[in-house]
Write a protein that binds this ligand. Structure first.
Ligand SMILES: [Cu+2]
Length: 679
């Protein structure tokens, strides 16, 4: 697959060392060359260099610089990736092919939250439903690749300190020979509560009468504290085979989510991944890979830091509401690459089982029995079995055609429904997805991509079975066990014009969405999920240019527009027109960069969820860095002019909104300094 080829390009050259003496200029040119010449217009990438140079707290935030990507920000960390207008299970976010789902029904812990930067080598983004090697992902794929172990002794130490007493420190140590290798790492992340441009804490946003406001002693407490440890072992039984086993454990505690009415006590995550790969088996079978993985997340959230938990006759515990959630995914995949005719066939099969259970207790649920335990996510099991094939055939020097097909069978069962007699407790789906892609390169500097695809994703356990009953006039939140899978028929056109020192790329897409899962009102006291027909279109523009005098210019624009065809109104939570321009002076040993980030006003809002327009904004970031031998030091200031501004995706929609006009502001002026030492 192209992604793997790109990853090895990066591994071989680009990402080896931000600290490699004299490589800074070459690194940028290599990045431009790879993005210009090797990536299709549908593909984007983010290198760990770009992540390390930024003050981003997690992968979701770091990816925002990539055209077409935004994120839902619920607090100081745990940003949830939005690709074009697609979010949640509409996109696949995988790490080394591992499917991991967060445990929180409110997505406090999106998949990428459970990994630390220090584990990551690079991130690839494929826009549109063009990956048939994984189930779901009708909007696209975000594939995170973890670090490879190099030969010999190596170490990588990162120290970061920034505004709000934030830090992100990590160390990895590795040793490798031709035969075996081992890598271990540890990372620590911490921050106090950030302040927005008006000088107020981002926790200090609720009206003084709101029960959801933070208690005085909690409003300025720590925003998060996260410890991550990991190890990876590799063994090469022969020159053409390799097996790898990796394990990672993360403990996140006291994570504040001003966007929501509760905060996380803890998230504890185990991730185990095993792969075995054999190459050059025969002339026909060029490689074969077997993977098995397991991961588990335990997550507890409550309102103990909010006024809503103050003791009363009814509130007799430290909280008035608490959710205890856990999820687990077990998966396996076998895939092979075959040389058939003059083309290449990638084919395989995969299976995963996901379990998800969330218990909710509330003092207020019933008058008679406070703190009754409810099955919020009622112990749901999902089994998915899939078969896939993708054939790539170069027709001549100029044309390459690719076609992929995938079939999936999915079974879903809810073991602990609150009202088992009233609802169906199991469902199953059989779906086919596929695509055809044509790449045309009339001259070597020009790439034209045309794609047609059918992407499918099954409703998730929350959409099917979530149950948070409430006594009217409070609004109940109830899943819909009769949901159909969402089908995306998408057309993409992409053009890339590139040379050794620049690329300019433009993409445009149109999605016709049948049975899109939409959250909306059923009545004044019930919100649920419904299948609707919707459409989405959008365009992205990206460029990176090497100019004279060691200057580098980067610019991007992203736009998505989405319509609820049944309701004849915009779809909710769609990012506005957004852009980025940066100018960088970069010589071998140091760089300086100024960047302007811009978003237009979003007034295409969904009246069905009382969605509010969000004003446009413009912010300025500065950063500089030096590379000396194995040491790199980066520093910068984001939001230089201390603007008070909001991302359109930064508040929860009705009926769970924090208040009228309530939004979580973005950070005000903030500084950071990072030192990385690598040998
Ligand atoms: Cu939660």
């Amino acid at each position: 697959m192209r992604i793997r080829f790109l990853a090895s390009c990066f591994a071989a050259g680009v990402c080896l060392a931000p600290g490699y003496l004299g490589a800074a200029e070459t690194i940028l040119l290599d990045e431009i060359a790879i993005r210009g010449e090797k990536e299709s217009p549908q593909e984007e990438s983010l290198t760990i260099r770009e992540v390390r140079e930024s003050p981003a707290k997690d992968i979701g935030e770091a990816l925002q610089r990539v055209e077409g990507i935004s994120c839902v920000r619920k607090g100081a960390i745990a940003n949830d990736i939005v690709l074009r207008g697609f979010q949640r299970d509409n996109i696949n976010v995988l790490v080394d092919g591992v499917r991991l789902h967060g445990a929180c029904p409110n997505r406090m812990d999106p998949p990428a939250f459970h990994y630390d930067f220090a584990q990551v080598e690079d991130v690839f983004v494929l826009k549109g439903p063009y990956d048939v090697t994984n189930p779901g992902g009708l909007g696209g794929l975000v594939q995170v690749k973890t670090k490879k172990t190099e030969k010999g002794f190596h170490s990588d130490v990162n120290l970061n300190y920034g505004s709000y007493n934030s830090s992100n420190d990590s160390a990895t140590l590795s040793y490798g020979t031709d035969r075996y290798d081992a890598l271990g790492g540890y990372a620590f992340k911490f921050s106090e509560v950030p302040r927005s441009g008006d000088g107020k804490l981002i926790t200090d946003i609720y009206p003084s009468t709101s029960p959801n406001r933070y208690r005085p002693d909690a409003i300025d407490s720590k925003a998060y504290e996260i410890h991550t440890g990991w190890a990876k072992f590799g063994f090469n039984p022969t020159d053409t085979s390799r097996t790898e086993l990796s394990y990672s454990y993360q403990d996140a505690s006291h994570v504040l989510y001003p966007y929501l009415k509760m905060d996380a006590d803890y998230d504890r995550t185990h991730i185990l991944n095993w792969t075995y790969k054999v190459e050059k088996i025969s002339d026909v079978l060029t490689d074969l890979e077997l993977q098995a993985y397991w991961n588990k997340v335990n997550h507890v959230m409550d309102d103990s830091l909010r006024e809503s938990s103050r003791p009363t006759a009814r509130i007799t515990r430290l909280y008035s509401m608490l959710t205890d959630a856990s999820t687990q995914v077990v998966g396996t995949k076998l895939k092979g690459t075959l040389a058939i005719g003059s083309g290449t066939l990638k084919t395989g099969l995969d299976y995963y089982n996901r379990t998800w259970n969330a218990l909710n207790v509330r003092a207020m649920y019933t008058q008679a029995v406070p703190y009754t335990t409810l099955n919020m996510i009622p112990d749901v099991d999902v089994d998915n079995f899939g078969l896939f094939a993708d054939y790539e055939l170069p027709l001549n020097e100029q044309f390459t055609v690719q076609a992929g097909i995938r079939g999936d069978l999915t079974w879903v069962n809810a073991a602990a429904l609150n009202n088992a007699s009233a609802l169906r407790n199991s469902t199953d789906f059989g779906e086919v997805s596929g695509n055809v892609r044509l790449t045309y390169a009339p001259v070597s500097s020009l790439d034209i991509f045309v794609g047609l695809a059918r992407g499918v994703r099954t409703p998730d356990p929350e959409e099917l079975y979530i149950s948070v009953p409430a006594a009217p006039p409070a609004v109940s939140w109830q899943g819909n066990p009769g949901l159909n899978p969402t089908v995306n028929h998408e057309a993409d056109l992409g053009v890339k014009y590139a040379g050794e020192k620049f690329y300019v790329t433009g993409t445009i897409f149109y999605s016709d969405l049948t049975d899109f899962v939409n959250f909306s009102s059923v009545s004044s006291t019930l919100k649920s999920y419904r299948n609707i027909d919707a459409s989405m279109w959008g365009a992205e523009f990206g460029s990176q240019v090497s100019l004279p005098f060691d200057l580098y210019l980067r610019g991007s624009l992203s736009y998505t527009e989405a319509r609820n065809k049944d309701g004849n109104r915009p779809l909710s939570e769609i990012p506005p027109l957004r852009g980025l321009v940066s100018l960088r002076y970069d010589v071998d040993s140091w760089f300086f960069e100024v960047a302007e980030n811009w978003a237009a006003r979003q007034d295409r809002v969904d009246s069905g969820l009382n969605e509010q327009p969000t004003g446009g904004w413009l912010t300025t970031d500065l950063k500089a860095g030096i590379n000396w031998r194995s040491l790199s030091v980066y520093g910068g200031v984001n939001n230089l002019l201390d603007k008070q501004y909001y991302s359109h995706l930064s508040y929860l929609r009705d009926p769970f909104a924090g208040g009228v006009g309530f939004k979580v502001p973005e950070n005000g002026r903030n500084f950071y300094l990072t030192a990385t030492y690598k040998f």
